[in-house]
Design a protein around this ligand. Structure first.
Ligand code: CMC
Length: 431
């Protein structure tokens, strides 16, 4: 916990209370209200946790007003252009950039854990073919606790580390298998001679009937998508992982909970929702109609891929993702694809519209990632599983950090109760 030199005075009626204020390394000060209920008998009210720090963390920092995202202090644009996903995984998990030897050992460890228990293949086959890959992933990742008993003792740091390695290593295999199963193709085993991103493309797109060469530019773009989604401090799915873990649940169950939360369209599901929206718009001339709907208070429709809870400036991940989208579209020669034309024009019109300008609604990372994934040949149903596999390292890093924190305790928010006060039960004949 940060040292405190400052405090705030809260006055309720005649009584005043001193509340400590902590200063973080960077970012706004934080008011400590932990003793407030004990001293003053009041709770604080913050639905959606818009103003509440739920933990201390040293992993990721976001300044949403300035559009800054740092992992262990390093800006995301530098990591996306100079580093690669597994190095960023190491950084997130261990706090520092690895030496060459440390990176080699880490990459070997992850590569050697990519296969899943053969018995799990049968588990996959129990799902309907038309199951959404996210539904399959929630089930299969949760079921890992039934297969890897030797890494579920959360009180043992070595078991925590092995569980983390397994999750990072096996998640691409699980996501690719969920995809292969949904299209009726055979599962493709991982290849240890390929890097993390190339191996994922291989497991998704190769078939036993013919040779498949991974395009290095697409592998690089894939790696960048993984890197840009690796962690995002205390977002909904990460907070879900931490909350699940706070009860002492095993790592695989906690990450399955994170996947379930990520699935929603306001979070990781936005990339699928965004592409489906672009397809629904269909042609450039229909864009004004959809922008008008997004602005209409009586219409629940929102422009998917726009806005962010924290970023009230450009999403720094979106800036890098946009460059990557341009490279991939150029390589694949699909600039004239109607969906991509709708995307480009929608971006332009929304950025010029006073509604979006005033509310600081910019395209977020999901706006561009969906465009790249579509161009690569992934169906929309795979967009959120790809987000989930990328975010796994963030979840496990935050989970490990939480368990190593001696102050951690079960998460248990309070409420503003507005239901009936005490009343007597009425017999059914009298109702
Ligand atoms: N289209 C139209 N209006 C919007 C949009 C949008 N995409 N996003 C926010 N607004 C409006 C909203 O109606 C509200 O207006 P008013 O103040 O007049 O009531 C105002 O902007 C603030 O919105 P909010 O819902 O209070 O903001 P929030 O911080 O709770 O929500 C959000 C953030 C991401 C859930 C929201 O912007 C949204 O639903 N965006 C579309 C879904 C999306 O793209 N999500 C992906 C986020 S990035 C990936 C990730 O990290 O998970």
């Amino acid at each position: 916990m940060a040292d405190t030199a400052k405090s705030a005075k809260l006055t309720i009626g005649e009584q005043s209370y001193d509340l400590p204020i902590y200063s973080p390394t960077v970012g706004p000060d934080v008011l400590d209200i932990r003793k407030l209920y004990g001293q003053a008998g009041v709770f604080t009210y913050d639905p959606g946790f818009t103003s509440t720090a739920s933990c201390d963390s040293t992993i990721t920092f976001i300044d949403g007003d300035e559009g800054i995202l740092l992992h262990r202090g390093y800006p995301i644009d530098q990591l996306a252009s100079k580093s690669h996903y597994l190095e960023v995984c190491y950084l997130l998990m261990y706090g520092e950039l690895p030496t060459a030897a440390e990176l080699e050992e880490f990459e070997n460890t992850i590569t050697r854990h990519t296969m899943i228990h053969e018995q799990m293949h049968n588990f996959f086959r129990g799902f309907r073919r038309d199951a959404h890959p996210m539904a399959t992933m929630v089930g299969v990742v949760g079921a890992m606790s039934a297969f890897y008993h030797d890494s579920t003792d959360i009180s043992d740091p070595r078991q925590r580390e092995i569980a983390s390695h397994r999750l990072i290593a096996k998640m691409p295999t699980i996501a690719a298998m969920a995809y292969k199963y949904s299209i009726g193709q055979p599962f493709v085993y991982p290849r240890n001679d390929l890097d993390y991103a190339a191996n994922f493309l291989h497991m998704c797109f190769s078939v036993p009937a013919e040779k498949y060469e991974v395009n290095p530019i697409l592998a690089r773009a894939m790696d960048r998508i993984f890197t840009l989604h690796a962690d995002h401090e205390q977002n909904a799915s990460t907070s879900t992982v931490r909350l699940a873990s706070s009860s002492g649940a095993n790592p695989f169950a906690c990450i399955a909970a994170g996947i379930a939360c990520l699935w929603g369209p306001a979070h990781g599901g936005a990339n699928q929702a965004c592409l489906e929206m672009l397809k629904e718009i269909g042609s450039v001339d229909r864009i004004p109609e959809f922008i008008a709907r997004a602005k209409d208070k009586n219409d629940p429709f929102r422009l998917m891929g726009f806005g962010h809870r924290v970023y009230k400036n450009r999403d720094p991940r979106a800036t890098v993702m946009k460059q990557s989208a341009d490279e991939v579209l150029d390589l694949l020669g699909v600039e004239n694809n109607p969906i991509l034309q709708v995307a480009k024009e929608l971006e332009k019109q929304a950025l010029e519209d006073p509604y979006f300008i005033d509310k600081k609604l910019f395209p977020n990372v999901d706006f561009y990632s969906g465009i790249i994934l579509e161009a690569m040949g992934f169906p929309t149903s795979m967009f959120t599983p790809i987000f989930a596999l990328s975010r796994t390292v963030g979840w496990v890093s935050q989970w490990k950090e939480q368990l190593a924190d001696p102050q951690h305790k079960i998460g248990r928010p309070r409420q503003l109760y507005l239901g009936s006060a005490l009343r007597d039960y009425t017999d059914i004949e009298s109702r």
